[in-house]
Design a protein around this ligand. Structure first.
Ligand code: F6P
Length: 374
C-alpha cells in the first residue's frame, strides 16, 4: 500500500526535469499520496534534505529549465567521495540512503536520471527499495527509450546556434567549427547538423581523419563554396587518436570531455590556411526553457511513473516506445547505450546530402564504388 513517494533528480540537468516533477506530484495527488522532493540528488538522499511537494510547489514549473530540486553528479551513494588524509576515497553509503528513505516513510522513489542514475536506481532496488525510473539526458543515448526528454530542446538550441553561425561564416568566407555535447553518442551533432545544414559532422561513432576534413573543406572552396560549417560532438575522436578531455573528476566518476572542437579548428588552419573560428556551445544546450515537445514528453513520463508505482512496476523505468509510454525493467534498459548507427538511415541521408563525416572525402560517397563495380 503506497502512501508516500519521493522524487529525485540526479546527474546533469536536462530541460524538462521540472515538467516531470510536476507530472509526478499532480498525479500522485489524484491517488491521495504524499510527495517529498529530495534536494540535490544523492547529496540530499544522504543528508536527509527533503522538502514537501504539493500542487502549490509545482505550479507553473513545466516551462522552467533546470530543476527546482537541484541536482549533482557527485552524489553516487555506492561510490561516495570523502576526503581522507588529503586524498579522495570512494565509500559505499547506499545502506544509509535506503535507511533515510525508510525513516521518512517513503514507499517508493521516483529517480529521474541518465545511464548513471538508472544504474544507481537499479542497485537501490536490489537493496529492497521500491524505485521507478524516468530516463533523462540531452544526449538521447539511453537504449530503453526512443527519446529522452531534454534532447529536443538541446537540438533546438544547437540548430539555432548553427543558423546564426552560418550567416557570419558566409559573410566572412570562414570555416566555422562548432563543438556540441554528446559524450558517447553523436545524436545532438547529427540532428542539429542536418537541421542546421552543416557541411561536416564528426561523431563518436565514426572516427575521423583531420586530413580528410581539411581535404573536404579545401574541395568545397575549390568548388566555389565560400564557407564551411563543421559540427563536432565533444566525444568525437580522430582515427589515430583519443577523445579530448578537459579533466578527470574522481568525485563524479567521469572524465570531462571538451576541446575536440578547438583541435579540429587548429588542424583545419594548419592544413588549409583558411580563416577558421571555433565555438564551443557547452552548457547553453542544457539550459533554458524546454520545447513544447520536451514539456509534453517529460509530463507524460512523470504521470506514467506514478501509474507504474500504482501498478507495482518497481525496478522499471518509463520509456517511450513508438507513441506509447511503457514500463521497461531498468536492468534491461541499462545494458547498453544507444549509439548512432554509422550505416543507419540518418547517416546515409546525411551523406546523400553531401555531408562529410571525416572518414571519406568526396561525394557521392559509396556510390562511386558502386559505379566502379558496375
Ligand atoms: O550527459 C549529458 C552531458 O550534457 C554530456 O553531454 C556532457 O559530457 C556532460 O553532461 C557534461 O557534464 P557536466 O555538467 O558535469 O559538465
Amino acid at each position: 500500500m503506497v502512501r508516500k513517494i519521493a522524487v529525485m533528480t540526479g546527474g546533469g540537468d536536462a530541460p524538462g526535469l521540472n515538467a516531470v516533477i510536476r507530472g509526478v506530484v499532480k498525479t500522485a495527488e489524484t491517488y491521495g499520496w504524499e510527495v517529498i522532493g529530495i534536494k540535490d540528488g544523492g547529496e540530499g538522499l544522504l543528508h536527509e534534505d527533503f522538502v514537501k511537494l504539493g500542487s502549490d510547489e509545482v505550479h507553473g514549473i513545466a516551462s522552467i529549465g533546470g530543476t527546482i530540486l537541484g541536482t549533482t553528479n557527485r552524489g553516487n551513494p555506492f561510490s561516495y567521495p570523502i576526503e581522507r588524509d588529503g586524498h579522495v576515497e570512494l565509500v559505499d553509503r547506499s545502506g544509509e540512503a535506503v535507511d533515510n528513505l525508510k525513516k521518512a516513510g517513503v514507499d517508493c522513489l521516483v529517480a529521474i536520471g541518465g545511464d548513471g542514475g538508472m544504474n544507481i536506481a537499479h542497485r537501490l532496488s536490489q537493496l529492497g527499495l521500491n524505485v521507478v525510473g524516468v530516463p533523462k539526458t540531452i544526449d538521447n543515448d539511453l537504449m530503453a527509450t526512443d527519446q529522452t526528454f531534454g534532447f529536443d530542446t538541446a537540438i533546438q538550441t544547437a540548430t539555432e546556434a548553427l543558423d546564426r553561425l552560418t550567416t557570419t561564416a558566409e559573410a566572412h568566407h570562414r570555416v566555422m567549427v562548432v563543438e556540441v555535447m554528446g559524450r558517447d553518442a553523436g545524436w545532438i551533432a547529427l540532428h542539429s547538423g542536418i537541421a542546421g545544414q552543416a557541411n561536416a559532422i564528426l561523431i563518436p561513432e565514426i572516427p575521423f581523419g583531420f586530413g580528410k576534413i581539411a581535404e573536404y573543406v579545401n574541395e568545397r572552396y575549390a568548388h566555389g563554396k565560400s564557407y564551411s560549417l563543421v559540427v563536432v560532438s565533444e566525444g568525437a575522436r580522430p582515427l589515430d587518436g583519443e577523445p579530448v578531455y578537459q579533466e578527470w573528476n574522481p568525485a563524479a566518476g567521469v572524465r570531462r570531455l571538451g576541446g575536440i572542437g578547438p583541435k579540429v579548428g587548429d588542424e583545419i588552419v594548419r592544413k588549409t590556411g583558411l580563416e577558421t573560428r571555433v565555438t564551443v556551445l557547452g552548457h547553453v544546450q542544457r539550459g533554458g526553457s524546454p520545447t513544447s515537445f520536451d514539456r509534453v514528453l517529460a509530463t507524460r513520463y512523470g504521470v506514467e511513473a506514478v501509474h507504474a508505482i500504482a501498478d507495482g512496476k518497481f525496478d522499471h523505468l518509463v520509456a517511450l516506445r513508438g507513441t506509447a509510454i511503457v514500463p521497461v525493467p531498468i536492468a534491461e534498459a541499462i545494458r547498453q547505450l544507444k549509439h548512432v548507427d554509422p550505416e543507419g538511415e540518418l547517416v546515409c541521408a546525411a551523406r546523400d546530402l553531401g555531408i562529410c563525416f571525416g572518414d571519406v572525402v568526396s561525394v557521392p560517397w559509396p556510390r562511386q564504388d558502386e559505379k566502379a563495380r558496375a
